[in-house]
Design a protein. Structure first.
Length: 240
């Protein structure tokens, strides 16, 4: 999975660091079986559906959807495992069994109920809402929230964590932005997780995602980011 090389400006350029979640900034969804790739293209009739693939078959399901022309995303992180007595690096799904697909309601229904090849795929339901029939509807995630989730996890950092609220000890309620380092541009709340200061963001109906350790110098409150960016820009202009 490619990194988001054009999401933030680099230090030394004329524009200050800022989040630009343009569609072409996101990594392509690619099938590991055929190499087929699909780019994320926003469309008014599509939404981000959350699917569950039983027995850790999310990669297999994602391959099928990509080959069918559907953009998918599976958050992963790099881990080290013992393989044949040797330590090897490999990717591990951050949220087990879940994959996200940007598609229409009709296509989502087809995948879940009318596609034998992926009969192990099911909806991940929204347990906080009821539809007109008194049942939990399939969970969908807003584009804004999903974009931030992809942005925070696409670097596949080995220290990424999928955490429960009880594991997060928040330092305050303010929203912050990370302004430097591998997670520059990520927004969330500062919390102590696993004994370290990190930034935590929410994925509605699913849970919380924690970055790696973030130094205090790399964090700015959202309400102060604009002034910080303006000062950085003015400082650069004065050097010209």
């Amino acid at each position: 999975m490619s990194t988001l090389s054009n999401v933030t400006t680099r230090r030394g350029e004329s524009n200050p660091p800022s989040v630009r979640l343009a569609p072409d900034a996101f990594p392509e969804a690619k099938s590991s079986q055929t190499g087929v790739s699909v780019r994320y293209v926003p469309a008014p009739d599509k939404r981000w559906y959350v699917f569950r693939a039983s027995y850790e078959r999310e990669d297999k399901a994602a391959d099928y959807l990509v080959e069918d022309g559907t953009y998918t995303y599976i958050a992963k992180k790099m881990v080290e495992k013992d393989v044949g007595g040797k330590r090897k690096r490999c990717l591990q799904t951050l949220i087990p069994n879940l994959l996200f697909a940007y598609t229409t309601a009709e296509k989502a229904e087809e995948y879940v109920n009318n596609t034998p090849a992926i009969s192990y795929l099911s909806y991940y339901y929204n347990h906080f809402k009821l539809d007109d029939n008194g049942k939990n509807p399939p969970l969908t995630v807003s584009e804004e929230e999903m974009n931030r989730f992809i942005y925070a996890t696409c670097n596949m950092n080995k220290h990424l964590l999928f955490v429960q609220p009880s594991q997060c000890h928040y330092k305050g309620g303010e929203q912050v932005r990370i302004i430097d380092g591998e997670f520059a541009g990520v927004e969330g709340r500062v919390a102590r997780v696993a004994g370290q200061q990190r930034v935590v963001l929410s994925l509605s109906g699913i849970g919380l995602i924690s970055t790696a350790y973030i130094p205090t110098a790399f964090i700015r409150r959202i309400d102060t980011v604009y002034k910080w960016e303006k000062d950085k820009c003015n400082a650069f202009k004065n050097k010209e």
